[in-house]
Design a protein around this ligand. Structure first.
Ligand code: ZN
Length: 283
């Protein structure tokens, strides 16, 4: 075989291999904090009554998004909430359960791969709370440091009701953990702060980011499920403590006012759409 034929054959084989493996994308270096919003499923309800105890949604249908949020910081990557869980993606069209339809279109590792990351690159994992729609993929990150609110874990391990599935977060038992019981500055420079906002659950938390261009951004967790709940201070009947919820709402609203911050209501489809479409990010 002549050298040129050999090169052509070898080159062709390499190209074929590359097309199977996909482009070898390396994650780019992070100089400033970035916020990525990933699609981690959706929930469609025939009746949205459960999102206000004063009746505004009774009998009305609606859809919630269920994103995961990746925060890339020069000192590491934090995943905030982990969605419904990629197991749901095995069921094309999702699952229907008593008027609640849940589905996942795209798996979390496939999305991370688009920006050159694997689950092993996620150094820190934290949760707004332990309801199943926030813990679905948690066990995919056994190598991360799990930042856990102690009150939330104690509650989840007791009698938390139907929305908690502790099996989805069992990897915390062997993972490295950082137990917290109040606000927590994740990277020590004030740019990524977990805020204690109890009420929806005993250890519920929101996440305050300070971005260089976008300024202060607060990820709500489920302090509000919809933008209307923020506007009208509506409280879901299944919150563990109504008064604590209202106190947490007051706290976050005041921080937003003081910082001229932007609120992202995590489950609200309009807020999700307003964020840069992944793999674009806010910084
Ligand atoms: Zn939720």
């Amino acid at each position: 075989m002549s050298r040129s034929i050999l090169l052509r054959v070898f080159g062709g084989a390499l190209l074929a291999l590359a097309s199977v493996l996909g482009p070898a994308l390396a994650a780019d270096e992070v100089k400033q904090v970035r916020l990525y919003a990933l699609d981690c499923g959706r929930v469609q309800l025939k009746d949205m009554a459960m999102f206000s105890d004063t009746g505004e949604y009774d009998g009305k249908p609606g859809t919630l998004v269920d994103p995961c949020y990746l925060i890339r910081h020069p000192k590491g990557n934090l995943l905030w909430d982990t969605g419904l869980g990629d197991k749901l993606a095995d069921n094309k069209g999702g699952v229907e359960n008593s008027g609640v339809h849940t589905w996942v279109d795209v798996r979390l590792p496939d999305q991370l791969k688009q920006i050159g990351l694997t689950p092993a690159d996620i150094g820190f994992l934290a949760f707004s709370h332990f309801h199943f729609d926030h813990t679905g993929n948690a066990n995919e990150f056994p190598g991360a440091t799990w930042i856990i609110n102690k009150a939330e874990l104690d509650w989840a391990l007791s009698k938390p009701g139907p929305f908690v599935d502790v099996d989805t977060l069992s990897a915390y038992k062997t993972a490295k953990t950082q137990m917290i019981d109040t606000d927590y500055d994740v990277f020590g420079d004030g740019s990524v702060r977990i805020l204690r906002t109890p009420g929806h659950t005993p250890g519920h938390q929101s996440l305050q980011l300070r971005l260089s261009k976008a300024g202060t951004v607060i990820l709500s967790g489920d302090l509000y499920h919809l933008r209307e709940n923020f506007r009208y201070r509506r409280v879901p009947p299944f919150n563990v403590e109504r008064a604590d919820t209202l106190a947490s709402i007051d706290r976050v609203n005041t921080i937003l006012k003081n910082t001229k911050g932007r609120l992202v209501v995590q489950h609200d489809p309009i807020d999700f759409k307003a964020l840069p479409k992944f793999p674009k990010y806010l910084d």
